[in-house]
Design a protein around this ligand. Sequence first.
Ligand code: ADP
Ligand code: MG
Length: 407
Amino acid sequence: MDLAKGIKSIEQFSLEGRRVLIRADFAVPLTPEGTIQDDSRIHAALPTIKYAMEQGAKVVLAAHLGKPKGKRVNDLSMLIVGERLQELLTRSLGREVEIFVPDECVGDGPRKLIMERLDGEVVLLENLQFHPEEEANDGLFAQRLAALGDVYVNDAFAACHHAYASLSAVPRLFVEKGAGLALMKELSVLSRLLSAQVDAPFVVAVGGERFADKVGFMTNLLGRGRTVLVGGGTAVTLLSAQGLGVGRSKVDAERIEAARNFLSRARLRQAEVLLPVDLVVAREVSDEATSETVPSDSVPEDALILDIGPKTALMFATALGQARTVFWNGPMGVFERPRFRSGTEAVAKAIARSSGLSVVGGVDTVAAVARLVLTPFFRHVSLGGPATLMALEGRELPGITALRETA
Ligand code: ADP
Ligand code: MG
């Protein structure tokens, strides 16, 4: 499956002197004081922005920040992002760069500000979600936004599962539209994972909070000779579906049938599913609580399952060590607490050692890898959370579909 089929890259357009409307992903996490906690998303947008600048385009960036819910919220102004972007571009290009931020995202203000720009200069539109029409995918709002560009480029993979105006209705109004460099890379890596020719052995490692969030992509990636390793809360539902006691751990009761279906489909498709053989349990989620390791069939009734055990970690690491392709989503335990981090750490290290195509996705999983300082050892760190999983489920993403259709 080629997710990029029928999609042009920004490199296929002539950009000199033209206004390029780039939908970027600047939804950075903020601290309680309102400063940027992690600027990875701004970093990820730099290649496309620099490319457009170097081509002599008038660069118009459109994005949202936080959840202003259709109202102007001064603390969620794009000015915070503009400042950081200005710093990063200035450092990266070795010359003073100025980012112009109008106080609106549509209308005469931005239109004039863009008109006054020289080739290679950058305007960052104010928060798109100050307008309720953005999330409502409103046609009129889309027209006003589209009026600010001659060419449309989407580089916001992590937002592509949303049918927002800037991602869905706007590109449909352009003849020249395509994907930015980060989005292109994302589509090409995820396409490889979805391809029947992916290098074997292909090992999929899944953890995280809820089985319901994961069953879709786990099922879609099943296939002969593939191995699915399951830990975290996702394993709890599967263990319970096999009739094992899981103590006080949360079970997706409505999903027991889906869990059984998943296990029988795996058998049918000749894929191997490895579930934990031992678990770390405790009476409560705290660093002070006494924890113990128990076999998976002997979880005490009053206990919570909070990590995979050492035997399981070794079994998972061995499977990952033989893999030539790995996709990982979902921590193996409550990794936020050092006491329940070992399983996630073992899996992360095993993948980091592997020399094949290693891909990690998911907001919390990517954060776990960053906390372990292992990010550089992964071949690809997917920028999307839900968008990544949706693509791997084999579902259409509204923001991607809109790039294919002709205006
Ligand atoms: P991602 O954001 O990477 O897709 P999820 O949001 O699905 O991942 O899962 C991350 C969360 O799952 C973490 O906050 C972690 O504490 C939690 N988690 C992992 N294992 C367990 C478990 N056994 N019980 C409860 N929560 C768990
Ligand atoms: Mg999460």
